[in-house]
Design a protein around this ligand. Structure first.
Ligand code: ATP
Length: 431
């Protein structure tokens, strides 16, 4: 596997239509990114896979999609109004701002100027609700999806009467006014989180915690085929851990800018439901069939979709001589198959290739038609967007000899009869 620089990833992502800088024609907006046609497919494939594993394939986890704007009291009870802050320092010379814990040494990383004392900066974005703009109408864009899960705990209990343990999961946008957004989609101001809160009796804390740690690791290694050697556990030290957390383990991934947090598993104790019981006056408790009443504890699994995409892109990137290819697992590749006529100025080839394309598209919808440039260029393009298979219709195909199927990773070509093509491609894609 080749190591890739962030510059190369950013450039490939933009050139090939995965990810563009947000509001680019207006000079951009720091920390915002737009997903292009290929990025959207990759993003959906990964989030659907997570949803399938966390929600659809299980009977104990329920999905929700809560509103991004929530009653501001939610953020008081959760502790975000008083505590969702990062220490910020400002350079007295160039006025640039930095997160204190990201600065090495005592001087400004940009101009070596003197830095101010650190002050706490709240990272929640504020906006106004309704037509009046005063402090009584202030609301926040949610900085995490977790709170929309806790506020729906009672609703899910009332609708489904689930037995403990059970979980609630959500995928959605979160907003953080990061002091210094950077490292491409790793640290953005608007991003998607995939979070699951598992409600338990405190006696099962340790084993459930271990299960969710394993789940995260297995998802990355087995479902996304990420190289295990690029992953590592990081246990939060006392200083890093939230005051209510009993334990916290992050999976770090070797991103181009270093080994950094990708996915967190946290034992949040009974802090959340207790705080919202206090804040809302609604009792958020569980009653066992034999009458025991208690506030469930929570094991959280929390991962950023953008960071997961960055990890997948980093891991899939390969470069040898002048060939670049993304070795995505077929299940998450934006396109599974590309079909081309050997030459685009031979109508009989184009007609046959169209026929083949139309038939494949019926059973593999994410099939792409490509007749730009010569075959060599098309292979390069498909390699760079990680299409696992290219089907070429040549003159022998017109004679009934079948088409050639080229494998992205080995570059080997095989001739496959048209009547065998569906089974061949389906087997290869599922393998
Ligand atoms: P960091 O220490 O890197 O700021 P965090 O510990 O504050 O992250 P959490 O609050 O635990 O992160 O958020 C859960 C997950 O959401 C993280 O593991 C990460 O994948 C993702 N995430 C957090 N902040 C961002 C961001 N600014 N941009 C993209 N993803 C993020």
């Amino acid at each position: 596997m080749s190591e890739v620089s962030m510059e190369k990833l950013v450039s490939l992502a933009k050139r090939r239509g995965f990810i563009y800088p947000g509001s680019e024609i207006y000079g951009g907006l720091a920390g915002t990114w737009d997903y292009g046609p290929l990025g959207v497919e990759l993003k959906q494939n990964i989030q659907n896979l997570w949803w399938r594993k966390v929600v659809s394939e299980r009977e104990d986890i329920y999905g929700v999609d809560a509103a991004i704007l929530m009653n501001p009291k939610v953020w008081e009870a959760s502790g975000h109004v008083s505590g969702f802050t990062d220490p910020m320092v400002e350079c007295k010379k160039c006025k640039k701002r930095f997160r204190e814990d990201h600065v090495e040494g005592d001087n400004c990383p940009a101009c070596k100027g003197e830095l101010s004392e650190a002050r706490q900066f709240n990272m929640m974005f504020k906006t106004h609700f309704g037509a009046t703009e005063d402090s009584s109408t202030e609301v926040y864009l949610r900085p995490e999806t977790a709170q929309g899960i806790f506020t729906n705990f009672k609703n899910v209990m009332d609708s489904f009467s689930p037995k403990l343990p059970f979980g609630i999961a959500q995928i959605g946008k979160a907003f953080r006014n990061e002091i210094a957004p950077r490292d491409f989609i790793f640290r953005a101001r608007e991003f998607v989180q995939m979070e699951m809160q598992y409600f338990i009796h405190p006696s099962s804390r340790k084993e459930v915690y271990e299960d969710w740690r394993k789940f995260a690791w297995n998802f990355l290694v087995n479902d996304l085929s990420i190289d295990e050697k690029k992953l590592a556990w990081h246990e939060h030290t006392e200083d890093e851990r939230a005051h209510y957390a009993q334990a916290a383990h992050d999976i770090y991934f070797k991103f181009p800018h270093g080994s950094k947090e990708l996915w967190g598993t946290h034992d949040r104790s009974d802090f959340d439901l207790k705080s919202h019981t206090g804040g809302s006056g609604t009792e958020l408790v569980y009653r066992t069939p034999d009458g025991e009443k208690f506030i469930p504890h929570v094991i959280e699994s929390s991962v950023g979709l953008g960071r997961m995409i960055l990890a997948v892109l980093t891991d899939a990137y390969n470069e040898k001589d002048d060939r670049v290819w993304l070795s995505f697992k077929p299940s998450i590749a934006p396109y599974k198959v590309a079909v081309f006529p050997l030459m685009r100025n031979k109508p009989e080839l184009v007609l046959k290739a169209r026929e083949v394309y139309d038939s494949i598209k019926k059973y593999i919808p994410n099939t792409l038609w490509d007749d730009n440039g010569n075959v060599g260029k098309r292979y390069r393009r498909q390699d760079e967007i990680g299409t696992p298979f290219c089907v070429t219709v040549d003159f022998e195909a017109l004679e009934g000899e079948g088409v050639t199927v080229r494998d992205r990773d080995s570059m080997k070509q095989e001739r496959v009869k048209l009547e065998d093509l569906e089974e061949y491609l389906k087997n290869k894609l599922n393998g």
